[in-house]
Design a protein around this ligand. Sequence first.
Ligand code: BTN
Length: 270
Amino acid sequence: MNSSGNDRRPLAVERVRQAVEGSRLWSSVDYVESIGSTNSEMALRAQHGARHGSLLVTDEQTAGRGRRDRGWSSPLYSSVMVSAVLRPDVEGARWGWLPLIIGIAIAETVKAHDVDSVGVKWPNDVMVADQKVAGILCEVVNTSGGPAVVAGFGLNVDQRNEELPGEAATSLHLAGVRADRDVLLADVLHRWERLYGAWRGDEPAVTASYTSLSTTLGEPVRAELPDNSVIEGTAVRLDASGSLVVVAGDAEHVLPAADVVHVRSRNNSD
Ligand code: BTN
């Protein structure tokens, strides 16, 4: 079993390919053992015409990227790291939902392994209790075929405490999950595909799924905006573009992208 270190081995990519064979979304699954950043590589490939639904999986990133210029790293063979090129036939105003549906897909996968404390923290984190287990990075890339999205996520699977960036992070191993990374990835990809189809069809079910998993909605929050201004209020809902609506006093603020601190949470940052 691939957990906690000693028997770590490369991700069984052939099993992932078999699992998504015949998929209506996933068109190819490439694998490299080590790379700078799968998101950066897929941005280049998107500019060179990579197809909708192409995937790149790796076992190690030497320059992995998180939101707001943060890094993302994990020991070799210990996490799931993947990026996809998507060319959605949906109006760009709704693309803000993409990181949210990926978060639902990851959270559902984790929940299916009996981790009941899993939730999604707006906009891009999957949490186990109040510790982050996965992060999502979606970036819009201009290509000759029109704008595309590079959507990547990292899911901590086998890391021990000392291999994580701090106590605000956790891994599935630490949450008691024993599962191979290829199985986890295949499961997330199946759920992502289903949710992507529902999102294209504008199904309210996606909003309902997000709401039921959300650790942010209904909570008092402190949101740090990209321009460094701060809004404190209650997170009340998401709008059609995936933005978070926060009520502060009499005012409603629509936040397209922000770092959100849950005021009652033990860890006051992500
Ligand atoms: C965050 O939490 O800020 C987002 C982290 C996203 C990490 C993933 S790992 C695969 C893909 N490639 C990257 O360089 N980043 C994303």
